[in-house]
Ligand binder design. Sequence first.
Ligand SMILES: [Fe+2]
Length: 140
Amino acid sequence: MNPIQRFDPASSTYTYVLFDPTTRDALIIDPVDEQLERDLATLREYGLKLAWTLETHAHADHITSAGKLAELAGAKTAAPMGCGIGTAGVQLQHGDTLRFGGQTLRALHTPGHTAGSMSFVWQTPEGGHVFTGDTLLING
Ligand SMILES: [Fe+2]
């Protein structure tokens, strides 16, 4: 199982969509305001039902679309507790897990880029993925 990766060139932001291939329940990490339509199209294209929107940290370089996406797609919102994103419905603490279909994502507090930054671990049969936000950059 692999995440769907999307890129916003204006803010150099990677957004990830993870989903359970059986139930089609999905989760989106770091959605960007300007890419709301793109992300809704991705959900339609893959036939997904969005369960969660999720932030790795409070972003200085772009505005999140999490609130709008959650409202339009019927999802819940979650963000790291230490990031001061008061609008997120679930304030994540180190070790918390989120379920989407039969899949589980685990939150790890990884301060550095920002004090509240979190990384998210998705364990899959093939191994897994860690979504690090700006804490660890691709090829960094
Ligand atoms: Fe950042």
